[in-house]
Design a protein around this ligand. Structure first.
Ligand code: TMP
Length: 228
């Protein structure tokens, strides 16, 4: 049986990686085989592209078009090298970002033409589409506060993507809302301003109800949150 492809979306500081780990742990406890991936990255080629996009000293002059193509080169590699084989083997794939990020950041954020962005995405992903997308929403001021406090905690390497101004992140947030409104069957919006535990519960409730509605996963009693 083909596996399930679940993507996580949201702006910086929305808590995606923490929530992906929690959902993976829950699914593994139910004996599912789970693979966690991230974009850009997830393959040796993709991780090099990630470095170029975010941290390389040579990336200051990167144009929006170059950014779009590099992100989708990483995606094309990840789909063919990892995601498709994992789905064919029946695994549940949890991916931190996928093509909705290119629509939110490159189209809404950078202002690239929507038709062009869609064409490039189509080349990158072929027929591989997420079954379910969990969009973790936090307002831009919460995202900014969390991003700054994370930077102060861990003193990370410079990140070109985080050098954009507040207006850019506001456009990205608005873009995500527009994307979600267009595709409510696939994209489920989660209020990510709550505590880690509350957000995890909301994610689990959405995932379990989606699974029972679509019949994509057999839903044993353990899918009931109350029985965990
Ligand atoms: P992150 O893994 O810390 O979220 O960093 C990835 C960065 O790349 C983040 O700023 C969002 C950005 N990004 C895009 O702009 N477009 C995309 O298609 C993807 C996958 C990521």
């Amino acid at each position: 049986m083909r596996g399930i492809f679940i993507t996580f979306e949201g702006t910086e500081g929305s808590g995606k990686s923490t929530q992906i780990s929690i959902l993976a742990e829950t699914l593994r406890a139910l004996n599912h085989s789970v693979r966690i991936l991230r974009e850009p990255g997830g393959t040796p080629i993709g991780e090099e592209i990630r470095h170029t996009l975010k941290h390389s000293n040579a990336n200051h002059a990167m144009t929006p078009e170059t950014e779009l193509l590099l992100l989708n080169a990483s995606r094309a590699q990840l789909v063919r090298e990892v995601i498709e084989p994992a789905l064919a083997a029946g695994e549940i794939v949890l991916c931190d970002r996928f093509y909705d990020s290119s629509v939110a950041y490159q189209c809404f954020g950078r202002g690239l033409d929507a038709g062009m962005v869609e064409k490039i995405i189509d080349i990158a992903v072929g027929s591989t589409r997420p079954d379910l997308t969990l969009l973790l929403m936090v307002p831009v001021d919460v995202s900014e506060t969390r991003r700054v406090s994370r930077q102060m905690d861990s003193a990370p390497a410079r990140d070109r993507m985080e050098e954009a101004d507040r207006d850019f992140f506001q456009r990205v947030e608005d873009g995500y809302k527009a994307i979600a409104a267009k595709d409510p069957g696939r994209i489920h919006v989660i209020d990510a301003t709550q505590s880690i535990e509350s957000v995890a519960k909301a994610i689990w409730a959405q995932t379990a109800s989606w699974a029972s509605r679509t019949g994509i996963l057999p839903v044993p009693g353990a899918w009931n949150l109350a029985s965990r």
